[in-house]
Design a protein around this ligand. Structure first.
Ligand code: PLP
Length: 396
């Protein structure tokens, strides 16, 4: 390999985070320097930041077919998920309605952990299984649901394997049992067309930094008429659903990122999915004993997730990084907690299949040349690691 640490690193981790677009930075800058008023203030400075937030709220709402008053800004996808799940559970219990929650076994920890916390508090949670492609079967939801369910929370697109769930059908089943339907659309919003009204979504989580916006800001869409309790209490900002002085700069950037995502969505989907298909074909043809995981068809455009048999995925990431290619196992949280992917386990993967897994996620900044370089590095590294592996005789 001709790459060394002085060369430009190739970034194949856009599902973890993305570069902030120049247009986004340009809109944010004045809100750090000249327009620093608190949106709760009545004077000119306050009015200017309120106006900027209104514009951002409209842009976020327009991206998903919502009305601006249905958008609550949060500190990101994690807070939006926590607010949706805990907010609905607490509100349902307070009103004496059934408060069971149904979710899936492949959710992000930002959904699973609040569910576990609710279980500690005495709430009931049902975790639905998935197919080997990572898909929730609507019939499983139909079997599990009952009048005691307050909320069904199923993610839109999975962050590890990219599988897109049958959201419209799942929402219909939830509504037949008079439950609310929440979806964690952190990996989907801005990347595929979403019309919350048409799909029947009651609550939806979004995050700015996955779509070329700044980190630490996101939103929860709450359909007008859906009730939930706040989880942060204080000054009553965001229509009392999320107290705390708003992250005006971040919100302005998020709004711009949503506007750009809407304008560029077609171009994004075409470019990124073509590049992803090129990458997938190259990997499975050029690297023996490799396999694409997840659904071929119902898949988010930027996701490629593989198993390389006889290799440890984390060793692979470290070696690839040394060669100038940034990849991931699929979840930053799993890395921090040093645990095996619950997503791949739920898909029925063996220990060996989980261990050998790697996610390459793409963005508009990636090129075919980069794919060529990355696959060459990958092929070389997989082969090196197999030489050292106890499975050497099987795969090397
Ligand atoms: N949900 C999913 C599916 C994600 O992929 C992520 C981030 O990786 C989150 C939630 C958390 O979002 P945030 O980083 O904005 O807190």
């Amino acid at each position: 390999m001709g790459m060394n640490s002085a060369d430009r690193h190739i970034y194949f981790d856009s599902a973890a985070s993305t570069p902030v677009a120049d247009e986004v930075i340009a809109e944010m800058l004045p809100y750090m320097k000249q327009q620093y008023g608190n949106p709760s203030s009545i004077h000119k400075f306050g009015r200017e930041t309120t106006r900027a937030m209104q514009l951002a709220r409209r842009r976020v709402a327009d991206l998903i077919g919502a009305s601006p008053r249905e958008i609550t800004f949060t500190s990101g996808g994690t807070e939006a998920d926590n607010l949706a799940i805990k907010g609905v559970a607490v509100s349902a219990r307070n009103s004496g309605k059934g408060s069971r929650i149904i979710t899936s076994s492949i959710e992000h920890d930002a959904v699973l952990e609040p569910c576990r916390d609710l279980e500690q508090m005495g709430f009931k949670v049902t975790y639905l299984p998935v197919t080997e492609d990572g898909m929730v079967k609507p019939s499983d939801l139909r079997d599990a649901i009952g009048k005691d369910v307050a909320l069904v929370s199923i993610m839109y697109a999975n962050n590890e394997v990219g599988t897109i769930q049958p959201v419209m059908e799942l929402a219909q089943i939830a509504h037949q049992a008079e439950a609310l339907f929440h979806t964690d659309a952190v990996q989907a919003a801005g990347k595929i067309p979403i019309d919350v009204k048409n799909l029947g979504i009651d609550l939806m989580s979004m995050s700015s930094h996955k779509i070329q916006g700044p980190k630490g800001v996101g939103a929860l869409y709450v359909r007008a008429g859906a009730t939930l309790s706040p989880i942060l209490h204080g000054g009553g900002q965001e229509a009392s659903l999320r107290s705390g002085t708003e992250n005006v700069t971040g919100i302005v950037g998020f709004g711009k990122a949503c506007q750009l995502a809407a304008e560029r969505m077609q171009e994004y989907r075409r470019y990124v999915s073509e590049l992803r298909d090129y990458l997938v074909d190259k990997v499975v043809h050029e690297i023996p004993h490799s396999r694409l995981n997840g659904s071929r068809m119902a898949r988010i455009a930027n996701n490629a997730h593989f198993t390389f048999f006889g290799v440890n995925g984390e060793d692979l990431i470290i070696k690839l990084d040394e060669k100038g290619v940034a990849a991931s196992t699929g979840s930053a949280c799993s890395v921090r907690k040093q645990k095996q992917s619950h997503v791949l386990k739920a898909m029925g993967f063996s220990y060996e299949e989980i261990t050998g897994s790697l996610r390459l996620s793409l963005g508009m900044q990636n090129t075919r040349k980069e794919v060529d370089v990355a696959v060459e590095a990958l092929a070389e590294t997989v082969s090196e690691l197999r030489q050292l592996s106890p499975f050497k005789s099987k795969y090397a």
